[in-house]
Design a protein around this ligand. Structure first.
Ligand SMILES: [Zn+2]
Length: 562
């Protein structure tokens, strides 16, 4: 494969770009798709030191923070010499030895951590870690990602992006499935992600049949029972039965190719029906919801050895879980404690159960989007980091404030305090926010201009427009689109809705544009999260699908031109 850094067109664009004032005389073909090599590096704000760092350095940066904390230093007060570091190390060792006795010796794990932290800080003082980092950046190649976006009836749009991660994995074992107008209901949709292992058969079969099974069971409930209180309970049972039925299909082992043990998969399925959302999952795929205030809430249950209850259950079923914190595996092979398949390994089958956790919730009108992502994302990114990664796609909002609130909520939940409510998306109060204000002013003036124009007014032919006029026209379209979005976003308070006739003359044309924008956004969000996971060092297959909900304020998002 050709080294992308030496690609001719890359060099040409850089060397032969005309000076700014001459640019209009030279014909340059319009760049429609962004060359991944030309994209700026994705950055993320560190919540500890508020520094903007490259995502590919995230892990290393977090390790550096822990090392500093262990040696009682901070980013502002780093050790200035190796001598100072050695002194601090000696003091810590002395304290550890004093606290230890013959019954409780100094733990090897603690010593190992201390030594690693020491090496890291020493390398920073001597400047050797920077050299290594630069080498890594030079050789690491940016992945080429291609996501997809498609409009939906039951919501705004669906987007998906996958990456095999060939550097670490031999094949793509993740699968996804979705169906709009589920159970012939235009308000209903089904979305699923399956994360396979030991072969693709289980994930493949689930993608093909599990949706159909759920549809049959759910349709039967809707046809016979319309009492709201009991519907939820029946749907929970329907999901559990569907997972059970699917697992029995896998028992036949049709098309099974695995040599050591039969394939298995984590499964996550979502049913959206109006404002009701049901999430059923077995394994470590996660569904998270971006709420109206910009915070992210986990909707699925993480079935992994780290979870105390799951660990207890697996051990009770005579399953084995290794003690190492970071790489705890069930029977030395599996990262998840629930899933479908695994029929070729009776020991694993008894520990790894098929029963899904089912979550029923009522969506708020302001809820923005749903993310379903496989383990490849969550092994390197937290839910907070997912929001931080979207900062330049949503430039107007204060991502740091959102993350701080998410952390406050998490700690309130942990200690059993009432979880603070938060209704508004915090906006930035400097820089970009000023531009945003200007944008709003333009919106109102452009609408006024439109109103003052007579019906017989000459509308310029788009083909004869200059570049500037065309740009202005595109801008106007966007603004109209924004106006519609705002009216939709405010729909819950009828007083804020503009009179319907004032928008009727533009609504037909811009409706299409709005759905295009929604598709592009769903695609962009899924691509961004996959790219972020790769750069953060994921070693697993990665699948991210995004369901843009009806309450998503499209006007807040910045997108590449479509
Ligand atoms: Zn930091």
């Amino acid at each position: 494969m050709q080294d992308p850094w030496t690609k001719e067109e890359f060099n040409l664009t850089l060397k032969d770009s005309p000076p700014e004032e001459k640019r209009s005389d030279v014909h340059f073909p319009p760049i429609k798709t962004i060359n991944p090599m030309m994209k700026p590096e994705i950055t993320i704000v560190c919540m500890k030191c508020e520094e903007e760092i490259k995502v590919r350095q995230l892990k290393e940066h977090q390790e550096f923070h822990s090392a500093l904390e262990m040696f009682r230093f901070s980013m502002e007060r780093k050790p200035s010499s190796v001598k100072q570091l050695v002194k601090r190390r000696r003091a810590i060792m002395k304290r550890l030895n004093e606290a230890a006795n013959s019954e409780n010796p100094v733990s090897m794990k603690k010593l190992q951590k201390l030594n690693l932290a020491y090496e890291l800080l020493k390398a920073d003082i001597e400047g050797t870690s920077t050299t290594l980092r630069m080498l890594d950046e030079y050789f690491q190649i940016q992945p080429t990602l291609q996501g997809h976006g498609t409009p939906l009836n039951c919501a705004l749009a669906f987007g998906v992006c996958q990456y095999e991660n060939a550097r670490w994995k031999t094949s793509m074992e993740d699968r996804y499935a979705f169906k709009d107008c589920f159970c012939n209901d235009p308000q209903s949709g089904f979305f699923a992600v399956y994360d396979g292992y030991s072969g693709t058969m289980a994930a493949e079969k689930c993608a093909r049949y599990l949706g159909e099974i759920v549809e049959r069971k759910v349709e039967a409930i809707y046809n016979t029972n319309m009492i709201r209180e009991t519907v939820n309970a029946e749907i929970v049972t329907a999901f559990k039965d569907a997972f059970d039925e699917m697992d029995r299909i896998l028992l036949y082992g049709v098309e099974e190719h695995s040599r050591n043990r039969w394939s298995g998969c984590s499964a996550l399925t979502c049913l959206l029906r109006g404002n009701n959302l049901y999430v059923a999952n077995a394994g470590n795929i996660r569904a998270v919801l971006c709420r109206g205030d910009g915070s992210i809430e986990r909707l699925s249950t993480n079935h992994c050895p780290k979870d105390k209850k799951e660990r207890h259950r697996v051990r009770k079923a005579k399953g084995d879980i290794s003690k190492s914190d970071k790489t705890a595996l069930v029977n030395g092979v599996l990262k998840s404690t629930r899933g479908l398949g695994n029929h070729g390994d009776p020991n694993l089958k008894t520990s790894v159960i098929k029963t899904p956790a089912v979550n029923c919730l009522t969506l708020e009108e302001s809820d923005q989007f749903l993310i379903l992502a496989s383990n490849g994302v969550w092994e390197v990114l937290s839910e907070e980091e997912v929001i931080l990664l979207l900062e330049d796609i949503i430039p107007d909002i204060d991502v740091k404030a959102i993350v701080k609130r998410m952390q406050e909520r998490a700690s309130a939940l942990e200690v059993g305090l009432p979880v603070p409510k938060w209704d508004e998306i915090p906006r930035r109060d400097r820089g970009v926010a000023n531009e945003g204000d200007k944008g709003i002013a333009v919106v109102s003036s452009s609408i006024n201009v439109e109103k003052s124009e007579g019906e017989g007014e000459h509308v310029p032919d788009e083909e004869n427009l200059t570049e500037e006029q065309r740009h202005h026209l595109t801008g106007t379209r966007l603004e109209i689109d924004i106006k519609l979005d705002e009216s939709r976003h405010c729909a819950k308070s009828p007083g804020l809705l503009p009179p319907s006739d004032s928008l009727s003359h533009i609504s037909r044309g811009s409706k299409l544009f709005r759905s295009e924008k929604a598709c592009a956004l769903a695609k962009a969000l899924s691509e961004r999260l996959v790219e972020g996971a790769i750069l953060a060092g994921s070693r697993d297959n990665i699948t991210v699908s995004v369901v843009l909900l009806n309450g998503c304020p499209l006007q807040l998002f910045l997108l590449p031109k479509i």
